[in-house]
Design a binder for this molecule. Structure first.
Ligand code: SF4
Ligand code: SF4
Ligand code: SF4
Length: 179
């Protein structure tokens, strides 16, 4: 089984939002909603302030509370990978998954079903990279199989210091940020 993930370099991300725009276009995300977003975090004390810029989205968690919270089976893990998806036809729009996600990665579409990042699985199936990763002008977003020790994402994690978001939540996220 593939364990897809992203390794995102906070040193390369300039916060240009090209990933956000590309995702909206690729996935026809309605106005006012988004599958990915930019976070700018300032730390330290003046005059030694530092800023971390992150492109965030669903972490396609290995232990996803959104799947266990869903009463209808609409939220599910795809066969043969860790990609977490929603079947619109089975979703009642109850928002249990929205409430259970510690990353605020989900939203309800105007049609009434839950939605979020799919890791662009339609593109992956065709042998392409996710849209956000493709357009990034600094190549900050790397996508690949974390379960393959030879993949670029695995090699980056071995070579560089990194973190995941909210590890204490126990969701086992599959997006990592290089520091
Ligand atoms: Fe579910 Fe949220 Fe994890 Fe995505 S980030 S798999 S929506 S818990
Ligand atoms: Fe499941 Fe839809 Fe309810 Fe989310 S909103 S828990 S996907 S039925
Ligand atoms: Fe959007 Fe695809 Fe990137 Fe997910 S992987 S944030 S769906 S462009």
């Amino acid at each position: 089984m593939k364990r897809y993930g992203m390794v995102i370099d906070t040193k390369l991300c300039v916060g240009c939002s090209a990933c956000v725009v590309a995702c909206k276009t690729e996935n026809s995300v309605p106005e006012g909603l988004h599958r990915d977003w930019i976070v700018e975090e300032v730390s330290g004390k003046y005059p030694t302030l530092s800023m971390e810029i992150r492109s965030e989205r669903c972490n396609h968690c290995s232990n996803p509370p959104c799947v266990s919270a869903c009463p209808t089976g609409a939220s599910h893990r795809k066969k043969a990978s860790n990609i977490i998806k929603v079947s619109p036809g089975k979703c009642t729009g109850c928002k249990a998954c929205v409430a259970s996600c510690p990353y605020n990665a989900r939203f309800i579409m105007p049609e009434g079903y839950a939605s979020k990042c799919t890791f662009c699985d339609h593109r992956i199936s065709a042998g392409d990279k996710p849209a956000c990763s493709t357009v990034c002008p600094t190549d900050a977003i790397q996508f690949g199989d974390l379960g393959n020790p030879l993949s670029r994402v695995s090699r980056l994690l071995r070579a560089r210091q990194h973190k995941a978001l909210l590890p204490a939540a126990g969701t086992e996220p599959n997006i990592f940020y290089l520091l």
